[in-house]
Design a protein around this ligand. Structure first.
Ligand code: ADP
Ligand code: MG
Length: 248
């Protein structure tokens, strides 16, 4: 087997992080292979967002190491910028540029960071906007779109960088209920196409349908690391049973 097949997409080794006295990530030790869809569950404050944010170095860690396809996540500089563009992130709050059109939101990364030509970037962006179903909105501004449309643009923007992995931090939590499924549908199709994904979500339907693996976090630690079926039918820890009893 070639290296490509065995090197995990993401490897976290003994990662520790504190905010002051708060031990927010405890002994995080996980490997995520290429193409895996990982759903991260856990109560509010358990460290799910912090976990995601350390993977693309939006937050530094105290000790341990994080590798993306075997490459140590650099602290800063050009290497960090390059690695970061391999690791897309989609947030709860969309984070689109308010004063740029939908098309410009999707092309800004490829033209500025990847140095693509305007024509190439536009062409690729239109394909992606079509794929997420918002190509008709290309000349509008984010505020003119619904939340579900904005979040689909945010996913297209992330895809425009040809990421190796996409981190989703509660991508549907800010949406009106009727818009949740249009975003989840796009995520399910990405999962089926083999994208490596780490998804923090409270959407148990997505977890059951699309996840290969569930990580359950409590107090900064990964308490369960299993498949969705086992997690939902036979959670091992008291913390997970308690969590599931509140949400199901
Ligand atoms: P989750 O996403 O699971 O709700 P977070 O990763 O956002 O949890 O937060 C984990 C803990 O770290 C919480 O207690 C939160 O208050 C704390 N925390 C998060 N970000 C910061 C920060 N920038 N400074 C201090 N404490 C923080
Ligand atoms: Mg969070």
């Amino acid at each position: 087997m070639s290296d490509e097949n065995v090197t995990p997409m993401i490897a976290m080794r003994n990662v520790q992080k504190h905010y002051g006295d708060l031990h927010v990530l405890r002994d995080i030790d996980i490997e995520i292979p290429r193409g895996q869809v990982v759903v991260v569950l856990g109560p509010s404050g358990s460290g799910k967002s912090t976990l995601c944010r350390t993977i693309n170095r939006l937050e530094p860690i105290d000790s341990g190491e994080i590798r993306i396809e075997g490459e140590l996540l650099p602290d800063e500089g050009r290497d960090l910028a390059r690695l970061r563009s391999d690791v897309g992130m989609v947030f709860q709050s969309f984070n689109l540029f308010a004063h740029k059109t939908i098309l410009q939101n999707v092309t800004i990364g490829p033209t500025k960071v990847r140095k693509q030509s305007r024509a190439d970037a536009d062409k690729h962006a239109m394909e992606l906007l079509k794929r997420v179903g918002v190509e008709a909105q290309k000349n509008k501004y984010p505020a003119q779109l619904s939340g579900g449309q904005q979040q689909r643009v945010a996913i297209a923007r992330s895809l425009a960088m040809d990421p190796k992995v996409i981190l989703f931090d509660e991508p549907t939590s800010a949406l009106d209920p009727e818009m949740v499924s249009e975003v989840l549908d796009v995520m399910v199709s990405l999962a089926k196409e083999g994208m490596t994904m780490v998804v923090v979500t409270h959407e148990m339907g997505f977890a059951r349908k699309a996840a290969d693996r569930v990580l359950f976090m409590a107090d900064g630690a990964i308490v369960e690391d299993t498949d969705p079926e086992s997690f939902f039918t036979a959670p091992e820890s008291e913390r997970a049973r308690d969590f599931l009893s509140k949400i199901l």
